[in-house]
Design a protein around this ligand. Sequence first.
Ligand code: TXA
Ligand code: MG
Length: 359
Amino acid sequence: MITRIEKINPQNPEKERIQNAADILKEGGLVAFPTETVYGLGADALRPEAAKKIYAAKGRPSDNPLIIHIADFKALFRIVKEIPPQARLLADAFWPGPLTMIFQKSMIVPRETTGGLDTVAVRMPDHPVALALIRESGGYIAAPSANTSGRPSPTLAEHVAADLDGRIPMILDGGAVGIGIESTIVDLSCMTKKADGEWTTDEIPMVLRPGYITREMLAGVVGAVGDDPGLTDANAHPKAPGMKYRHYAPKAEMIIFSGKRENVIRRINAMAAENGQNGEKTGVICTDETKDCYRADFVRTIGSRADEESIARHLYATLREMDALGADRIYSESFSALRIGHAVMNRLLKAAGHHVMEV
Ligand code: TXA
Ligand code: MG
């Protein structure tokens, strides 16, 4: 299959390009497109054969459910059983935006889209290209990140092409994404209505995947919000099936170093020197503040500690670059678990298979 890569204006998408892409989706085909978080690989969410093509193109395990992308709140009514009050509040506050909510699904959502589950993940992305494509193609696009399963999520169309060229008919190239890390996932599927029509208050929404929208931001809108125990406890079973895989994984062995800045620098430099003697190449992932302190084969800064959002934006491209450079070992600094740093650390820990060295 030949993959057409179409440049598209990210602010004012050309109508004809959107129409061509929507035609592919309406025929049950796949189109990769930019969102504000990462590039997605889209298919018609309500057609089982279309969703199946996503799993085949990505090499994704079929028990890992997809997120349905919508362009307006009313579209939610057809695909979920009921809308808990918290969902309206969160949608008012954060949609369109990097928040995915999980609901009990309605009958029309095929199990091929939800990985066999009775629940469905839904998000309204904040990107003109994504919104136009959703509207033009019928309102419901199932889209995981547009990477090969197990690779870092794509933040540029070039990353999508590197993974999926020849496997999908079209990539819409809207340039670099804004956020760089996948949406926050919050589970509302445990909210239930009692016989008298009132919603129970015994359950609270749970964060299944941290992202740009933090638990504190969610709690500011709906009161208590929890964290899925599977996020931090290696022995607990994560509720989002995708969080159990060793994801975002570079090919090299990766270690995260935590401790005082001078100790981290000293230890990484010592280990890089030792690797060199063994004929192994070392890549270091650091920040603008420390980039001149390292001596290793490849030293890459992912942003400034003074601007945490820049770190999120460059994380995946840096992991891909380390692979492309042929690093045998990747050593990374660690980041504060506050704000977006929490999501950055979540992805880094997964990339490193939770290998952390305290120094
Ligand atoms: O920012 C994003 O969310 C991007 C862009 C393209 O929108 N999409 C994305 O999709 O990250 P994906 O497929 O790479 O990650 C979806 C995650 C997986 O961990 C999956 O297991 C979880 O969402 N998920 C989807 N449906 C679920 C459900 N019904 N219950 C629990 N987890 C679910
Ligand atoms: Mg993904």
